[in-house]
Design a protein around this ligand. Structure first.
Ligand SMILES: Nc1nc2c(ncn2[C@@H]2O[C@H](COP(=O)(O)OP(=O)(O)OP(=O)(O)O)[C@@H](O)[C@H]2O)c(=O)[nH]1
Length: 440
């Protein structure tokens, strides 16, 4: 970390104000050379910014100075808030780049330095990445809780309780040398370990909900060709709900739209019509639908008539939540069984009912009432490991072998430490920080 890094932190493109961040050992030199004076630590100054080589005035703006270690990265940090014109930004960046050992930051590099300098633990890094990526209100709330240490605090509490148990057990090893009876009661240790395991399991139970808030509740729109699938997608996207974005990277045959239903992101997937076919291209599309269906939280099977519902059976066999929807309810010859849900993409009939049904499917998944505290796959896997290790410690505790038990407890504590990234996460760091944009 001997390089000084710099980047535009306020996003790409023309804007009123641009924020340029500089972090590392050269930050002070850059500030003193380019601004007329460096403001006092943790204060703001207003200054002309110059190219120290030519003396040219580049812009006028605010200079913020944070001396190490009281900064976001824990290093000396300088911020210029300048006019957000492209040429202004380019000139200031070019000038910073002429200082020795100064180079543009990689995506996520400021945050990585904050983590490596002990300013943030890994769960708040993940929360911060989610916060920057958040599109809906629930995503923002969940990310903010994680950023502020929602899981980290809980895991630290568990780790401290384990360390108390370890102290008891280790003390008994020392006393045993002196010929005294063990100082701990294995039943009390088992009880406490069981309580811990129960709390870990309760936290893990929230992970599915956490994932849905992060990734979206996936609704696959399926059915025979011409059933009106694309028309439904368009109708929902225009009505009653806010469209967040078109998800990029989708293929012609799977069109995905992210909508915001009361703060919950819902991914609507419009798919190729399902039918038996010899056409190899159409087959590829249908295979894609089937694969996407494996991740669907709800399948809407659209058809004009009961006779076209055979294809829905495959989803039912798979145990996917499935709803049959009759389409084109506006047609003169339309007939409906009383139990069926009917819609018309053309007139909007039945759409509020359908949206209500999606809403209640989403809230069915949120049965705990507790907001998710496990929000990434990494956190889930590490906690599953901790839970398994607690199970081993519970099995070992009654054997009356304090050395063995102490070793199991130590492993449990290590598993908890991995959640916050205190140990053993080096292999994961690149993938975690690569998620960030430039300048963060
Ligand atoms: N009358 C009526 N016609 C509709 C309605 N919805 C769709 N259609 C018509 O049905 C035809 C097929 O609609 P699409 O939405 O393209 O159907 P699809 O299921 O996406 O079709 P594929 O992509 O071929 O699988 C079009 O001609 C639509 O105009 C409706 O609510 N009422």
């Amino acid at each position: 970390m001997s390089d000084t890094i710099y980047a535009v932190s306020s996003g790409i493109g023309r804007a009123g104000v641009a924020v340029i961040r500089i972090s590392g050992p050269q930050a002070r030199t850059v500030g003193e050379a380019m601004a007329s004076a460096l403001p006092a630590d943790r204060t703001i100054g207003y200054s002309v910014l110059r190219d120290p080589g030519s003396g040219d005035v580049l812009d006028r703006g605010l200079v913020l100075w944070f001396a190490a270690p009281r900064s976001f990265t824990g290093e000396d940090c300088l911020e210029f808030q300048i006019h957000g014109g492209r040429a202004v930004i380019a000139a200031v960046l070019r000038t910073i780049g002429t200082f020795p050992a100064c180079r543009p930051a990689e995506p996520g590099e400021f945050t990585k330095r904050a983590y490596l300098n002990g300013k943030m633990d890994l769960t708040s890094v993940e929360g911060l990445a989610d916060l920057i990526d958040s599109d809906t209100e629930l995503q923002r709330q969940q990310a903010m809780r994680q950023y502020e240490g929602g899981l980290a605090r809980r895991v630290d509490g568990w780790r401290l309780r384990l360390i108390e148990l370890m102290a008891l057990v280790e003390a008994s090893i020392d006393f045993a040398d002196e010929g005294e009876a063990p100082a701990f009661q294995s039943q009390a240790i088992v009880d406490e370990l069981e309580r811990l395991r129960g709390e870990v399991r309760a936290a893990l139970a929230t992970s599915r909900h956490g994932e849905i808030v992060r990734e979206g509740f996936v609704v696959l729109i399926s059915g025979p060709p011409n059933a009106g699938k694309s028309s439904l997608l368009n109708a929902i996207a225009q009505r009653d709900v806010a469209i967040v974005s078109d998800i990029p990277g989708t293929t012609r045959d799977l069109v995905e739209v992210l909508i915001d239903l009361d703060g919950v992101p819902v991914v609507l997937v419009d798919s190729a019509g399902i039918r038996e076919t010899d056409d190899p291209v159409e087959r590829i599309g249908i295979d894609r639908v089937r694969r996407r269906a494996e991740h669907a939280d709800l399948v809407l099977w659209l058809s004009e008539a009961k006779a076209d519902d055979a294809g829905a059976e495959a989803y039912r066999k798979d145990g996917r939540p499935l709803v049959l929807v009759r389409t084109k309810a506006d047609r003169a010859d339309f007939k409906l069984d009383s139990s069926e849900l009917a819609i018309s993409a053309r007139t909007g009939e039945g759409l509020p009912d359908l949206i209500g049904l999606i809403r209640s499917s989403v809230s069915d998944l949120d049965k705990h009432g507790e907001p998710a505290i496990v929000t990434s796959d990494r956190q889930r896997l590490v906690l599953l490991d901790a839970e398994a290790r607690l199970g081993r410690a519970i099995a070992v505790a009654p054997l009356g072998q304090p050395e063995l038990l102490a070793e199991e407890l130590r492993r449990c504590a290590l598993a908890f430490a991995r959640v916050s990234g205190k140990v053993g996460v080096e292999d994961l760091l690149d993938s975690i920080f690569a998620r960030f944009c430039f300048g963060k």
